[in-house]
Design a binder for this molecule. Structure first.
Ligand SMILES: Cc1cc2nc3c(=O)[nH]c(=O)nc-3n(C[C@H](O)[C@H](O)[C@H](O)COP(=O)(O)OP(=O)(O)OC[C@H]3O[C@@H](n4cnc5c(N)ncnc54)[C@H](O)[C@@H]3O)c2cc1C
Length: 402
């Protein structure tokens, strides 16, 4: 009889974990608390390290149908509009790292993972079934759903996101902290924007205590926009996704260049809507035991929530899933040892990406002398600073271009 893995969470991490496990012959029972699988409208940047993993799962074709392939990563001053640095992506990324740097609508990534998962026969998806707790005895894990149902499995993967309830039972380290950063996000149809405001590249706009990012998604038909500012949570924002007030955003961007303000102001006219997300984070993972105990392991944001300043949170969840696949395939080992191997092979890379994301936040939002130094080094070193071989090369296999 096949071994059975229970997975909490049907986000990008949970679906990727389910694909990884299915590929090595495990039966999967996935539990999602929401009544349907969905991802809020926004974009995801995927470095070559991530695209390579998806290609190894045979997802090159569906990816090709929905991604955008930006030509450059550009860094511009939010104040003057001037370019501070740039790095070629496109064919250059493929030549350097064996896979493209792609940008994708979250819903498209989620759907293509779900479609891929449904091709495996031994997958049971359970919607509207939040997991409440688990217990473990003699190598068997039993989960309790919020409706009180008990289900047994050989392993439990908690991919239940940044506010993971199962993490609290495993590690008891309290909720993640609010970072003091607020993300305004919007998606617009590029055809609804004047030509001068359409995005073909990934552009990061750096300003004092704020930054913005814009890039194309869905074959370039849509543009994803994110502006991150420093501030307090307005009102009682207990949940993730809120309607945003354009006036507040425009006030926060006062002093920015006219091109950026023009773009921000055009969102409602182009049929888009600004949403506001408070950003949470944790300190970087500090040991493998923070990612697995016995036959229970954490994956994705549940394990290593990070600020999105390296655009790798979902990427690390997908890398986790690829490593989980390798570990689950070690049939000669006890399941607890397989999960230990998974955690040992993942925690340091996740910690490095978390730490680098925190550092990027300080650099992106720099003021005064630090800002001056940043701009100067960006102008002098540009691509050398923007290119991150340790990240994009990763340890993946299966190199090919999109
Ligand atoms: C502004 C912003 C920009 C970003 N940009 C990028 C980017 O460009 N590139 C990138 O790689 N990453 C990016 N990220 C990060 C990325 O969004 C996350 O890292 C990724 O979505 C995490 O996926 P996950 O599956 O681990 O968690 P989630 O997406 O949070 O999924 C968790 C799922 O678990 C479910 N759940 C919760 N509790 C339970 C329970 N008890 N039982 C059952 N189900 C449960 C939830 O309903 C949800 O469906 C960005 C994040 C933000 C905020």
């Amino acid at each position: 009889m096949n071994k059975q893995v229970l997975i909490a969470g049907g986000g990008i991490g949970g679906l990727a974990a389910a694909i990884g496990a299915s590929r090595v012959g495990w039966d999967v029972r996935l539990f999602e608390q929401a009544s349907q699988f969905s991802e809020v409208g926004a974009g995801i940047q995927m470095g070559p390290n991530v695209v390579r993993r998806l290609q190894a799962w045979g997802l090159q074709k569906p990816l090709q149908q929905v991604v955008a392939l930006p030509g450059y990563l550009r860094v511009r001053s939010a104040m003057t509009g001037g370019e501070l640095g740039a790095m070629a992506l496109g064919s250059e990324a493929v030549n350097r790292y064996g896979a493209a740097y792609a940008t994708i609508h979250r819903a498209d990534l989620h759907q293509l993972l779900l479609d891929a998962l449904l091709t495996y026969p031994s997958v049971h998806l359970n919607l509207n079934q939040g997991l409440d707790s688990f217990s473990e005895a003699d190598g068997v894990v039993t989960v309790r759903t919020r409706a009180g149902k008990l289900i047994e499995g050989d392993a439990l993967i908690a991919a239940d996101g940044v506010r993971s309830q199962l993490r609290q039972q495993l590690l008891g380290d309290g909720p993640p902290r609010f970072s003091g950063h607020l993300a305004y996000r919007a998606l617009v149809h590029q055809a609804q924007l004047p030509k001068r405001l359409r995005a073909h590249d990934v552009t990061a706009w750096l300003g004092p205590r704020l930054h913005g990012v814009q890039y194309p998604v869905r074959r370039g038909e849509m543009q994803n926009l994110v502006v991150i500012i420093e501030g307090a949570i307005p009102g009682d924002m207990a949940t993730w996704d809120h309607e945003a007030n354009l006036d507040d955003l425009q006030r926060a961007l006062a002093g920015s260049c006219s091109e950026l303000l023009d773009l921000i102001g055009h969102v409602p006219e182009a049929g888009g809507e600004w949403r506001l997300w408070p950003l949470s984070a944790r300190m970087p993972v500090s040991s493998s035991s923070q990612m697995a105990h016995g036959v229970v392991a954490l994956l994705g944001d549940a394990a290593h929530p990070m600020l999105p300043y390296l655009a790798q949170g979902a990427g690390m969840a997908i890398e986790d899933a690829a490593e989980l696949q390798r570990a689950l395939a070690m049939d000669d080992l006890e399941v607890s040892l397989r999960l230990r191997r998974y955690a040992l092979n993942r925690w340091q890379r996740n910690a490095r990406v978390q730490a680098r994301s925190l550092r990027n936040g300080r650099i992106f939002h720099a003021t005064g002398v630090m800002r001056w130094g940043r701009d100067l080094s960006m102008r002098m070193l540009g691509e050398k600073l923007l290119d991150l071989p340790w990240l994009y090369r990763g340890d993946g296999s299966s190199a090919s271009s999109l």
